[in-house]
Design a protein around this ligand. Structure first.
Ligand code: ZN
Length: 384
């Protein structure tokens, strides 16, 4: 096992409040890190750094933990740029546009789906994302959902069965029959390839009773639950997630005071997806209200071909700061440690000793540049 000493770190974000300035980001300056066996083995002042097998100087740059993108939909085929152009010309977004991608995904080969996934994961990594969750949900047949998850599982352990994305056209007259398929043969085929089960709980997709049934079946098959909820309007999804004690509930754009209180009481992480509001011209979630109520907040890209076709966590951070009034520190924490919490992961999203060594070196003296310089490629390199 060889060790690497990383020196010349002008600013280190550890996300460990027990070190450095005592803030949630655990900021340290003029620091060194030793990485051994892909884990953080030592963190401390540069002048006290131990010897290692190799050394690498990052020239005074800022280093952050890799982003944890806890919500994406990357197993798909086809292009929806015309729909985006129409929306930007005045047509409102609705959940039904998903069916366009379903048709293209069903028609694609495994090789095409895997290549498309790899291309998007490469984009994400170049922008500093080192942990990615991704979902099925564009197959909506037993075969197409199972192959989507098998392909995703090759790339990440954070895979989510989202057969309940939308009712496919062949079940329009029999949505109950589709829920039986999702909770029966489709779940059985998908569970071996998935960690999570998810439901799009929204008008035009699945109601609370359907969501409850699908989550219960998924949990009985060994999967952990999460939900898409309260994206397009007020609804029961957030309170259902809290009642069931889910790890995370995603979107949270339309929240009542009771929803916010339920989130604060349950400890369920609210994952905000500002790329969606940006790309659909919807109002942004009330991140300030959530943070001030003590809710755990994550930020993710929701990278998908319909409502948010960005793979950029730095863009999402900039939107969270500019449009949702999060501080730069809150936004970075939400995009790293918050994302890890939303995936139930203690090993990523921070750089304390023992954590996964996912170090992103920024071409900047401070993490603040992620929000301060929107649209600028700031990832210098990813170590080790
Ligand atoms: Zn989504």
């Amino acid at each position: 096992m060889s060790s690497l000493l990383i020196t010349g770190i002008g600013q280190l974000v550890t996300n460990d409040s027990g070190v450095g300035d005592g803030s949630p980001l655990g900021l340290l300056h003029d620091t060194a890190v030793v990485v051994e066996d892909r884990r953080v083995a030592w963190v401390g002042p540069a002048h006290r750094a131990p010897a290692a097998d190799a050394a690498h100087d990052v020239g005074g740059r800022a280093v952050i933990p890799g982003f944890v993108d806890s919500h994406s939909h990357l197993v798909f085929a086809g292009d929806r740029s015309e729909e985006f152009a129409a929306r930007m010309s005045g047509t409102p977004y609705s959940a039904g546009g998903i069916r366009t991608t379903v048709a293209a995904t069903r028609a694609a080969s495994d090789e095409q789906l895997a290549a498309n996934l790899a291309r998007h994961l490469g984009e994400m990594r170049r922008q500093g994302t080192t942990t990615v969750e991704t979902k099925s949900g564009y197959g909506l047949t037993v075969l197409d959902e199972a192959r989507s998850l098998a392909i995703a599982r090759q790339a990440t352990p954070e895979t989510t069965f989202l057969g309940a994305h939308v009712v496919p056209p062949e079940y329009t007259e029999d949505p109950g029959g589709y829920v039986e398929l999702v909770t029966g043969p489709m779940l059985q085929a998908c569970a071996p390839h998935a960690k999570w089960v998810d439901v799009f709980c929204e008008d035009g997709a699945f109601d609370a009773d359907q969501a409850r049934a699908i989550l219960a079946a998924g949990r009985a098959a060994g999967l952990q639950g999460r939900l898409h909820a309260n994206q397009l309007g007020h609804g029961p999804g957030v309170r259902l997630a809290c009642e069931l004690g889910l790890v995370a509930v995603d979107h949270c754009t339309y929240l009542s005071d009771a929803d916010v209180a339920a989130l604060a009481d349950s400890g369920t992480v609210a994952t905000l997806l500002p790329g969606v509001e940006f790309s659909t011209r919807q109002p942004y979630p009330d991140a300030r209200g959530l943070l001030d109520a003590g809710v755990g907040v994550a930020i993710a890209s929701d990278c998908n071909p319909g409502s948010s076709y960005t793979s950029s966590m730095p863009l999402c951070i900039a939107l969270a700061v500019r449009e949702m009034r999060m501080t730069p520190a809150e936004a970075l924490w939400a995009a790293t440690r918050g994302g890890a919490a939303a995936l139930g992961r203690a090993d990523v999203g921070h750089l304390a000793v023992g954590a996964a060594a996912d170090l992103v070196v920024l071409d900047a003296p401070s993490y603040v540049h992620l929000a301060y310089r929107p649209g600028v490629p700031l990832v210098h390199e990813i170590l080790p």
